[in-house]
Design a binder for this molecule. Structure first.
Ligand code: NAD
Ligand code: 13P
Length: 352
């Protein structure tokens, strides 16, 4: 039997937790090598020490996941090429804006036959149109790439509170099951769905709805309003996904990647939290400024995703079909005040 070697590309909040989760399994399962290499985007800590060195000395990511031991078999590596050397299972988990540059550096460096999975929630918009992150990885590197999405606030998984996730795959169920095997623990239940676009779009689009939910919180509008925003958002997520990819299935929205991730992110995510602060400041301080101040190096995905989706909507003439998705972007760039998040609803179109 072939033995699999895993590398994790990314070491932020979810990247660190995913490494810890995976390493707990590779240490136990005979089909995987114990060691998990985790690529670290190097930075110098206030102490003057390099982040990667600190992780290896303390077995802890003091910047992005303080207080949690990663497991002795997690090895931080600031050199991308050396981190992926010999790995045949690659886990991509960086903020989506960095993945294209990282993939370009990896061209020609991967072991033949390597498989990838993306835990990244976001999309890119190219001249040719929208491109999902898993496709960007697959096309740039010429490898197969699954996705793992779900209601997965990293800090909760770090302390092993029960949650679920969904792996989206295209055709090859055996590969999807191998990934599920790598990630599943008694507190992290993973299922597989043959709807890669649906699963990835759920994870991507809910970040825009989370911004809307945060605005509602910042305006002290109450639970009914927030639930309404979540429902309208979910309906737009489904309609947008199906317009882009007619193969997307309704059932996917009932998996962890769909309604469950929408709920947890609208209740407890970073996009929600920063959007709440944005509304409390009456839109006078920018998202970039609040992100830097509140998240200490962690990154929001919802603001840039709203812009990317807006580009698709305007280019295709779909803007009026998606008032919530459009309004979030217009609020983020200061074109509309935060209160507009509930003012478009009387014009809500009748999406199927
Ligand atoms: P994060 O936001 O906590 O951290 C930001 C990361 O980006 C850090 O590792 C930082 O070193 C790195 N970085 C900064 N500048 C960079 C550059 N120029 N090039 C490369 N890397 C750079 O990261 P995260 O929470 O691990 O998020 C990664 C992905 O996982 C995102 O798409 C996010 O939506 C998704 N996700 C996050 C969570 C969560 O709870 N944190 C849960 C599920 C999914
Ligand atoms: P935030 O980036 O808004 O914290 O969302 C995390 C997430 O994706 C939970 O599944």
């Amino acid at each position: 039997h072939a033995k699999y070697r895993v590398a994790v590309i990314g070491s932020g909040n979810w990247g660190s937790v995913a490494s810890r989760l995976i390493a707990s399994n590779t240490a136990k399962l005979p089909s995987f090598y114990d060691e998990v290499r985790m690529w670290v985007f190097e930075e110098i800590l206030p102490t003057g020490k390099k982040l990667s060195e600190s992780i290896n000395e303390e077995n802890e990511n003091c910047k992005y996941l303080p207080g949690i031991k990663l497991g002795a078999n997690v090895i931080a590596d600031p050199d991308l090429e050396s981190a992926v050397k010999d790995a045949n299972m690659l886990v991509f988990v960086t903020p989506h804006q960095f993945v294209e540059g990282i993939c370009k550096k990896l061209v020609g460096k991967l072991r033949p036959g390597a498989e990838a999975i993306s835990l990244i929630k976001g999309m890119e918009v190219k001249m040719e149109g929208p491109c999902m992150i898993s496709k960007l990885i697959a096309d740039t590197l010429g490898i197969n790439c699954c996705v793992l999405m779900g209601a997965n606030i990293a800090n909760e998984i770090a302390v092993e509170m029960f949650s679920e996730a969904t792996i989206g795959y295209r055709k090859d169920k055996e590969v999807a099951n191998r990934w599920a095997n790598l990630f599943t623990t008694p507190y992290f239940l993973v299922s597989v769905a043959e709807d890669i676009e649906g699963v990835e779009l759920c994870g991507t689009l809910k970040n825009i709805v989370a911004i809307a939910a945060g605005l509602v919180d910042g305006l002290d509008m109450g639970n009914n309003t927030k639930a309404a925003i979540m429902r309208i958002g979910l309906r737009e997520m489904r309609a947008f996904s199906k317009l882009l990819f007619p193969s997307v299935r309704d059932n996917t929205f009932f998996e962890s990647c769909g309604v469950a991730d929408l709920i947890t992110t609208c209740l407890g995510g970073r996009n929600r939290r920063v959007a709440e602060a944005f509304a409390r400041n009456g839109g006078k301080r920018s998202f970039d400024e609040l992100e830097a101040e509140m998240l200490h190096g962690q990154k929001l995905q919802g603001v840039s995703t709203a812009r990317e989706v807006y580009e698709v909507l305007t280019y295709r003439g779909w803007q009026e079909l998606f008032p919530l998705l459009s309004t979030v972007h217009e609020i983020c760039i200061g074109q509309l005040p935060p209160t507009s998040i509930v003012e478009y609803s009387e014009h809500t179109p009748n999406l199927s």
